[in-house]
Design a protein around this ligand. Structure first.
Ligand code: HEC
Ligand code: HEC
Length: 321
């Protein structure tokens, strides 16, 4: 495949060169239909772009991220959540791969293409490594009650939660968490992207793209994994999944929660209602952080809370594939 493409491109270049030579060596006007197609800007395939690269250097990535910060934030959090996706905590390999796809035009985005054009394969991995180290963005899930349709009576995010955790065996839809993890953190090994905290419009747009099943990718294997999964999702389910994932965020696991409770219990009981902030330490901070979104929308906390333990198995099973 790749060779075929390389030859095709080489062929184009020869044709172009021949046409130019022809133009210079004759006074006869060139025919209208002369095959003088402009050679594509990027003549490398995705795997050629990423060949011979090594694990990204986050320091160099930080310098490169200055260009991306206007939209994706220096901290990886979208500067305008309604327009730009977030990058913090996303996997190095997944980001580099998507950047290479933007560069070849196999993934189309008029906004991203010029930024991807500027990067070499190694720089894609460097900037990926930098953003992988940043904190994951957080959002809120929609817990409005659904009044009509097959899911009437459920909260909106619960439609997404149900599919995310359990899939729909009848329609052959697998649980999303099998690959993307119970908290949406993804799996950097096989480059399953992180999904948590991403603005819901963006996740929904991606699921719609997958659902069409159309791709320009030369190697559509990864696209097709998602295309098969999204094929039967309804609009409502896509929006609900996107909303659920937006509110999904990591929580301390059961062992950490127990340890935190122990620390809290060991504190001398204070009669004053407001405990001194200095004495709380890191454990208390963590609790607070995990609770933030949950307090605003029951959606978020519930989403990520329990499945941590029960999901360990599906995640492992996938890794072995
Ligand atoms: C002008 C705003 C803007 C700038 C600057 C920008 N991006 Fe983007 N980026 C976007 C938008 C919008 C998308 C969503 C594209 C789509 O799918 O439609 C995106 C998508 C991406 C994605 C795909 C994310 C995913 O989850 O699949 C990556 C990776 C990315 N950008 C990396 C970068 C890097 C690295 C830079 C800097 C070199 C950069 N971007 C600069 C706007 C921007
Ligand atoms: C078998 C593993 C697997 C399962 C199960 C799975 N995904 Fe994915 N998902 C992937 C892979 C691989 C990609 C990257 C595809 C690509 O390169 O475009 C992806 C990408 C995505 C993206 C795009 C992320 C981004 O940053 O642009 C979204 C959104 C997504 N998946 C949602 C879901 C949802 C919702 C479900 C459950 C209904 C699900 N996935 C189930 C493997 C999986």
């Amino acid at each position: 495949m790749r060779h075929a493409r390389a030859f095709a491109i080489a062929g184009l270049a020869v044709l172009t060169a021949a046409a130019v030579a022809y133009a210079q060596s004759t006074t006869a006007p060139l025919e209208e239909e002369a095959p003088v197609e402009a050679a594509p800007l990027v003549t490398q395939s995705v795997s050629e772009i990423l060949a011979d690269t090594t694990w990204g250097d986050p320091e160099n990535g930080a310098a490169l991220a200055a260009t991306c910060a206007a939209c994706h934030g220096m901290d990886g959090k979208s500067t305008v959540r309604d327009i730009y996706p977030s990058m913090g905590g996303q996997s190095e390999r997944y980001m580099a791969h998507q950047l290479a796809l933007f560069k070849t035009g196999e993934r189309q985005s008029p906004i991203m293409e010029p930024f991807a054009q500027m990067l070499s394969g190694q720089e894609m991995r460097d900037v990926g490594a930098y953003y992988a180290q940043q904190e994951t963005d957080t959002g809120l899930a929609d817990d409005a009650e659904v009044t009509e349709g097959p899911y009437a009576g459920m909260k909106f995010y619960e439609i997404g939660q149900q599919l995310y955790r359990g899939g729909d065996p009848e329609r052959g839809i697998p649980a999303c968490m099998a690959c993307h993890g119970p908290t949406g953190a993804g799996n950097p090994g096989p480059a399953y992207p992180q999904l948590s905290g991403q603005p819901s419009w963006y996740a929904a747009q991606r699921l719609q793209e997958y659902r069409t099943g159309d791709t320009r990718r030369e190697d559509p294997a990864l696209f097709n994994i998602m295309a098969d999964i999204a094929a039967d999702l309804t609009d409502e389910e896509i929006q609900a999944l996107a909303s659920y994932m937006e509110g999904l965020h990591p929580r301390p696991d059961a062992a950490t929660r127990a340890a935190m409770a122990e620390v809290a219990a060991a504190q001398p009981a204070t009669p004053a209602p407001a405990p001194a902030p200095a004495a709380d330490g890191e454990a208390a901070d963590a609790t607070e952080e995990a609770g933030t979104a949950g307090d605003d929308a029951g959606a978020t906390a519930d989403g990520a809370a329990e499945p941590a333990a029960e999901a360990a198995e599906p995640a492992e099973a996938v890794e072995q594939q």
